[in-house]
Design a protein around this ligand. Sequence first.
Ligand code: ATP
Ligand code: MG
Length: 230
Amino acid sequence: MLSIKLLNQYYGDSHILRDLSLEVPQGRLTALMGRNGVGKSSLLKCLMGVVPARSGSIAWSGQALTRLPPWRRVSQGLAYVPQGRDIFARLSVEENLLVGAASRRAPRGIPAHIYQLFPVLESMKHRRGGDLSGGQQQQLAIARALMSQPQLLILDEPTEGIQPNIIQQIGRTLRLLVDEMGLTVLLVEQYYDFCAEHADFYAVMQRGAIVATGKGSDMQARGVQAMLAI
Ligand SMILES: Nc1ncnc2c1ncn2[C@@H]1O[C@H](COP(=O)(O)OP(=O)(O)OP(=O)(O)O)[C@@H](O)[C@H]1O
Ligand SMILES: [Mg+2]
């Protein structure tokens, strides 16, 4: 389990995460939802150690992460797909993938299951990252994150600006990673229907804190969509 307790984070004087606590169960897909600017991406950056937490704690499988640098968190099993994907535009697809393997747990070369999960990447492996479509870049970003053989995959709005058929494919892939490969997925997502379809658990964030949690199958009954409306 990923256990976040009383986390506080600031940009200068702006208090963003406010005593945020959340438990993300192991081997399941949890969707973190919330309106623009509530601090979702900031939370993920704190989890990865990309921005510092002022106070509070983060633990994965009982191991404290709070003070570890990002690369140590990767070697503890975390992987991160940032909002906007951050593909290396001038590197080939294959090179982008190999960058993802530059960690302690990395395998040599590109393991077969990566291209099985994302066949389009194999057919485009010599193409430059920047020449891929948005949906293909998102698949590349997920595949790159998987290269470190993570236990916990953290994604920031993977459906943002992507066409519906690729969104469906990404949803199926995330379910497969959870159901067949035993990964834990924490997904920040504003696309309600995607969460309702794929999430085992949900959490709703408002103004830097978690205000509701539950099972994905209860989202409708609990009125989650209304919490996300203005
Ligand atoms: N580097 C930064 N410096 C200062 N303020 C920041 C920085 N990054 C984000 N913020 C502010 O922190 C708040 C939370 O931003 P964050 O990106 O975490 O929100 P979000 O929930 O991910 O939003 P979105 O849904 O638009 O992606 C916002 O008010 C934002 O303007
Ligand atoms: Mg964001």
